[in-house]
Design a protein around this ligand. Structure first.
Ligand code: URA
Length: 232
């Protein structure tokens, strides 16, 4: 991670304060003064500030149940940020692993561990995301087959990867996808002439949403580790 981020994770300093101390030559990495805030460091490097060895806080891994009309971003915009539901310190250090649209509800994973979230977001890892979808029109019999083969989304060079469709009722389905293209679920149903009226993410990998709307909890060790063993 970057040296300025390491300092923030080990102290109560803001990013600006950490950068100022680094530029002033107050920080040593393995006994050498380093004055660039973007220098990459490892947790096993010996990093000192004023002679004190710094130890970063443990990474955080959080499940949130995103309400309707909230943004999957760290700042408010047209709607309030979903991060307003979180009452933890240093929310600005956290990021969302896989965004949802403002009008989508459900499971959002939040962390400050970029390597962990990369395992979830990178399509190469085929991490499954399960969505409950409410449709405008009853689902046609041929849609499961089309989604299993991949569909052409407008403006995209390649077909979508195989996706699994389970019919719950004529206008309610479960869709499992392994990519995260822009508005993917809505565009997949548009590609087969239907329309999404309601979208809810209920599972990511092995992690199932099990808390109420607007609530959050820390993930268990088992849940955290379930993304460390994904294979290419
Ligand atoms: N697909 C969408 O269209 N929207 C989401 O929020 C997530 C997946």
């Amino acid at each position: 991670m970057r040296l300025d981020k390491f300092l923030c994770k080990s102290t109560e300093l803001t990013r600006i304060e950490a950068t100022a101390l680094i530029v002033a030559g107050e920080v040593l990495v393995n006994g050498q003064t380093v004055t660039s805030a973007s220098t990459q460091v490892h947790e096993n490097n010996r990093i000192t500030l004023d002679g004190q060895v710094l130890t970063p806080r443990a990474s955080r891994y959080i499940m949130m149940h995103k309400p309707l009309d909230t943004l999957s971003s760290n700042v408010d915009g047209d709607y309030p940020s979903v991060m307003n539901c979180l009452d933890v310190d240093k929310v600005c250090d956290l990021h969302i692993a896989g965004r949802l649209d403002a009008d989508t509800t459900g499971l959002v994973l939040v962390t400050d561990d970029g390597r962990w979230s990369f395992n979830i977001i990178n399509p190469k890892y085929h991490c499954e995301k399960v969505y409950r979808v409410s449709l405008r029109d009853p689902i046609n019999d041929d849609v499961a087959g089309k989604f299993a083969c991949g569909v052409q989304l407008q403006g995209e060079a390649s077909l979508t990867l195989p996706a699994k469709l389970e019919v719950v009722s004529p206008t309610e389905v479960l869709l499992t996808i392994t990519e995260g293209r822009y508005h993917q679920v809505k565009r997949m149903f548009a590609a087969v002439g239907n329309r999404v009226n309601g979208l809810h993410r209920q599972q990511v990998g092995d992690i199932k949403l099990d808390i109420g709307l607007g609530q959050w909890r820390y993930l268990t060790t088992e849940e955290i580790n379930s993304f460390s063993v994904l294979q290419l």
